[in-house]
Design a protein around this ligand. Structure first.
Ligand SMILES: *Cc1c(COP(=O)(O)O)cnc(C)c1O
Length: 454
């Protein structure tokens, strides 16, 4: 019998990241300041080290992965590519379904792929402390782990609703030496203001980002680190797709479809962009490639948002970025895929979506858990609620292949395991999990407050 796990040797870990900024159909829209002027790299230096700023602006196609970073990656990379044979059989589909399993990292998701290089570049620049926000706790855990690898102190603002729902994520971060606070907190000016205005707020990623950025901007020894959205994070995550490509190569296969959940967009970019790079280079195998970003119906930035300049955080500390957004102060319903509750989407993902080079689909929460449980019972792995979004669409596409009889190759990003999300599964099993409608009115209100400049 053929093996269903396709593994690589440690020496096959990619040596360079792929930067899609080299292959865009048009130059990316520059970040702007609130007065409409272009944000200068030095201005980002308040919160980011030089190497990260360089990557953020770079249009080099290939950027070398530092040796030290690759050494740490060896703790869990290369990540396995798995053919979901039992799922294929249960669905009765002629399609081949593969998933790239990023849940093998110590933190349980793809996020350490960027946390490790970010900690490395900050350490190299002489920074002692990092601040960040975390929603579901995946990013916070990843940065706590990465900070520990380079002797950095890490302070984490954790969205209040997750802080309360996920004590074990918090303890995981503390085990890796980080300090964790519920956001909004009384440690920052912006936290105190929001607490005074709306004491019962469940918090949001946008608010937690404001708190972390405020603290980093106010201290010379402290920088800020973001787990998704920005170009350098998208760059770092390209290791997922580059490895998956090598693994499929070993089987002589190429995907017809690449599917991933989409919050800020780094996990989707990570698996999809190296294949889109083939397409840009004229590789015939990629000519009809479909890249599908899957978002929750309750936080549908791509499918229902507006493509315009908006802040990356709730309080307007960050430069304005041109992206699909629901409005920077939009607070999504308390859905269980905490990692997908961001108001905007990566500028790179947004630009490609606007240009019609990628697709997006929004799916309701309950159907993602249906898919996740079906997957767990067949393939064994209990997926994170975010990953369930990709599984839903992979199953739907495999069922379409059953109708049409097409033997397509479907690749999806199994971005993480759900071991810290069991209370969400419990709610699903007890019938307490709800589908939240698309909050049209809230989004309208929030979009009405988009920054005006120029
Ligand atoms: C954070 C997270 C996501 C969303 O990733 P983005 O890069 O922000 O789109 C998906 N899955 C898991 C398991 C996550 O932790």
């Amino acid at each position: 019998m053929e093996s269903t796990r396709i593994l690589l040797e440690a020496h096959e870990i990619p040596t360079h990241w792929y930067n899609i900024a080299a292959d865009l159909p048009a130059p990316p829209a520059p970040p702007l300041l609130p007065d409409g002027s272009i944000a200068r790299p030095e201005q980002l230096g308040v919160i980011f080290p030089p190497a990260i700023i360089e990557q953020e602006m770079s249009t080099e196609r290939w950027i070398e992965i530092p040796h030290k970073v690759r050494e740490i990656f060896r703790l869990w990379r290369p990540a396995p590519l798995v053919r979901a044979v039992r799922l294929e059989e249960a669905l009765g589909t002629p399609a081949k379904i593969f998933f790239k399993y990023e849940g093998v990292s110590p933190a349980g998701s793809h996020k350490p792929n960027s946390a490790v290089p970010q900690a490395y570049y900050n350490h190299k620049a002489g920074i002692r402390r990092l601040t960040t926000e975390t929603g579901a706790g995946q990013w916070g855990s990843s940065l706590a782990l990465a900070g520990q690898m380079f002797g950095l102190e890490v302070r984490i603002y954790m969205v209040k609703v997750s802080y309360e729902q996920k004590p074990y994520r918090r303890m995981m971060m503390q085990t890796w030496g980080a300090e964790v606070f519920s956001s909004p907190s009384s440690l920052t000016e912006c936290g105190r203001r929001i607490l005074a205005e709306t004491p019962d707020t469940p918090g949001s990623l946008g608010i937690a980002i404001s708190e972390a950025v405020e603290e980093a901007a106010g201290r010379a020894d402290t920088n800020y680190s973001l787990g998704s959205v920005l170009n350098h994070v998208v760059l770092h995550q390209s290791i997922i797709g580059l490895e998956a490509k090598k693994q499929l190569d070993k089987l002589g296969l190429y995907p017809d479809m690449v599917i991933a959940p989409c919050g800020g967009g780094s996990s989707f970019s990570g698996i999809a962009f190296p294949f889109l790079g083939d397409k840009a280079a004229g590789d015939k195998r990629a000519a009809n490639l479909r890249a599908i970003a899957v978002e929750p119906s309750s936080c549908p930035s791509l499918t229902k948002g507006r493509y315009t300049y908006d802040f990356g955080d709730a309080s307007g500390f960050t430069p304005l970025m041109k992206m699909y957004t629901l409005g920077h102060d939009f607070v999504p319903a308390g859905i269980h895929a905490g990692g997908l509750r961001y108001h905007g989407t990566s500028q790179l993902v947004s630009q490609l979506y606007e240009a019609g080079l990628i697709e997006a689909v929004a799916v309701p929460q309950l159907s993602t858990f249906d898919a996740g449980v079906q997957f767990a019972r067949l393939e064994g792995i209990i997926p994170a609620p975010e990953s369930c979004h990709a599984i839903r669409v992979a199953i739907d596409e495999a069922l379409k292949c059953k109708q049409s009889g097409e033997e397509k190759v479907i690749l999806f990003n199994l971005t993480g395991h759900g071991h810290f999300d069991m209370s969400s599964f419990e709610r699903y099993f007890s019938g307490k999990l709800e589908d939240y409608e698309y909050p049209a009115e809230e989004v309208e209100k929030s979009l009405a407050k988009l920054p005006k400049f120029g």
